[in-house]
Design a protein around this ligand. Structure first.
Ligand SMILES: [Cu+2]
Length: 155
């Protein structure tokens, strides 16, 4: 009788302890907002993805890589003026300190997708990999960008 009573007590205390443990081991919250992938231009195999990523956790994170079944390879890219021209440059990693956010946007930091196959996908699942804050997968709709008005106006 005594043994059974003791086991019940142990089982109960284990249950009570669980929520506390979960709270202590919580990883930083990484959130992605408004993601989209630029639709492939016919004849091309690379494109870019854009979104806003925020670190709402207490831990500083570094985005170290991105993967997707939609692309053979993904790199972080940024734009930089070189020799009077805007050029894209690969970046090894993107720092995401606690409480900060980063915009991946046209003309700035972006995800470069290589080896993309033409298809009728409506969206692409992308996974961001961090050093200490785990991985985050999100669905990015594929949007076609219409003709560029700024270019056309030069003629
Ligand atoms: Cu690029």
């Amino acid at each position: 009788m005594n043994k059974i009573a003791l086991m019940v007590v142990v089982a109960f205390s284990a249950c009570w302890a669980l929520p506390t443990l979960a709270g202590h081991h919580k990883v930083a919250d990484i959130l992605v907002d408004m993601p989209y992938v630029r639709a492939l231009v016919p004849g091309q195999t690379m494109t870019a993805a854009f979104f806003r990523v925020a670190n709402n956790g207490a831990q500083n994170c570094v985005l170290t890589a991105a993967t997707s079944a939609y692309a053979e390879k993904i790199e972080f890219h940024t734009h930089q003026y070189m020799d009077g021209m805007m050029k894209m440059r690969p970046v090894e990693a993107v720092e995401l300190p606690a409480g900060s956010s980063q915009a991946f946007k046209p003309g700035g930091l972006h995800l470069m997708l290589f080896g993309v196959k033409q298809g009728d996908n409506a969206s692409a699942e992308i996974t961001l990999i961090t050093d200490k804050c785990g991985e985050l997968s999100f669905l990015a709709p594929i949007k076609s960008i219409k003709s560029m008005p700024a270019e056309a106006m030069h003629h």
